[in-house]
Design a binder for this molecule. Sequence first.
Ligand SMILES: *[C@@H]1O[C@H](CO)[C@@H](O)[C@H](O)[C@H]1NC(C)=O
Ligand SMILES: *[C@@H]1O[C@H](CO)[C@@H](O)[C@H](O)[C@H]1NC(C)=O
Ligand SMILES: *[C@@H]1O[C@H](CO)[C@@H](O)[C@H](O)[C@H]1NC(C)=O
Ligand SMILES: *[C@@H]1O[C@H](CO)[C@@H](O)[C@H](O)[C@H]1NC(C)=O
Length: 390
Amino acid sequence: MVSLQSKWRYIFMFLGIQLVVMALLSREGYQRRVTYFIRIFRKSDATGSATRNHTAASVPASDVYANLSGLFKGHSHKDDMPYCPATSPLIGGPIHVSFPSGLTLAEVQKKNPLVLRGGRYRPPHCEARHRTAIVIPHRNREHHLKFLLYYLHPFLQRQQLNYGIYVIHQAGNYTFNRAKLMNVGFREAMREEDWDCLFFHDVDLIPEDDRNTYICDSNPKHAAIAMDKFGYKLPYKMYFGGVSALTPLHYLKMNGFPNNYWGWGGEDDDIGVRVSLAGMYITRPSLKVGRYKMIKHTLDKGNGVNPKRFNMLAKTRQTWKLDGMNTAEYEVISRQYLPLYTNITVNIGTEAGLHPTRPEPRPPAKNLAGPHAAEAPLDSAKQEDVRSDE
Ligand SMILES: *[C@@H]1O[C@H](CO)[C@@H](O)[C@H](O)[C@H]1NC(C)=O
Ligand SMILES: *[C@@H]1O[C@H](CO)[C@@H](O)[C@H](O)[C@H]1NC(C)=O
Ligand SMILES: *[C@@H]1O[C@H](CO)[C@@H](O)[C@H](O)[C@H]1NC(C)=O
Ligand SMILES: *[C@@H]1O[C@H](CO)[C@@H](O)[C@H](O)[C@H]1NC(C)=O
């Protein structure tokens, strides 16, 4: 009898410890794991959400280009125009999103006659109240980019924004690094214009409601709150992935994004933790408005799951000031001002640095990035000058 009782006592103690460990994990930003664990014990409602209505209930979804045709007449941007109204009259609510197979970039261009070189736009009849840069980390996703541009241009025009679209293209075949590309995007976009808001945007997420305005809040905003792949719900409270919006001040306050997350996963949680470590909090649009449709795809080649992501995440508190915008090293390889976007192609190196294959770092024959490079390439350019003097 006694031994049976003590066995039960051990079992209860064991369960108690499990609870405490789960509580601690969830405090440290491991919500995804914990919710997954909890979900095992809950009745699955996944089948329910799959058949749920995919357009927001009351208003019918409209064509994203529907309201824009009036803009094309007699446009000429003048200097003394009045400010645009606080709420754009072109906003129509839910947008119908589908992915027709034959779409080409030339068609997207034809449908957006007011977009200027490099993917820039200003409302033709009023002075925009907001300047927003869209930063899209990219590699080998031209197919998705085409759809995103098809929807994003008219979406932003409906919101009467002054905007620019930057595609940050990772050169080479080394493992993809989404967060570092966003650091590059931040610096390169801010170099070109005094943007007051930056939207960090996955290439495969299409906004489904234009009341989800692409302007910044007083705190970092997570915009992709309701994705179809998560049944139009937030997967966990600290989730910060997909589409997020920060002012330059927010960005610098949290030292940008981490540079050391190579491969899929973890970096968005790290960014979420940085927000709170920097004394800010995450704001969100409503579930009704922050809706996104994800273009389906398999995990890319060269973007395997990052096995170190949980260990790294646990150390964010120690690392966020040492790794981020202040240490982002890269070389801009090319900058193309294309009709629908600016393509910035960049070498972000590997875990071993910018030029890992060279035994002894030698200055590049030509300073690829010009004055735009981070500290290291500038130094090597200086060395080269000294040598040519000799
Ligand atoms: C989805 O919404 C439409 C329009 O609101 C409605 O007619 C239709 O019955 C709904 N479908 C489902 C499966 O709820
Ligand atoms: C924009 O679209 C919405 C809904 O489709 C409509 O109610 C509104 O009147 C339109 N506005 C303009 C300026 O066309
Ligand atoms: C990347 O991979 C492709 C095909 O797998 C190859 O053709 C190309 O040369 C590689 N590029 C570099 C920079 O290694
Ligand atoms: C960007 O430019 C690079 C270098 O010219 C090119 O290889 C790449 O395909 C371009 N990417 C996009 C999305 O335009």
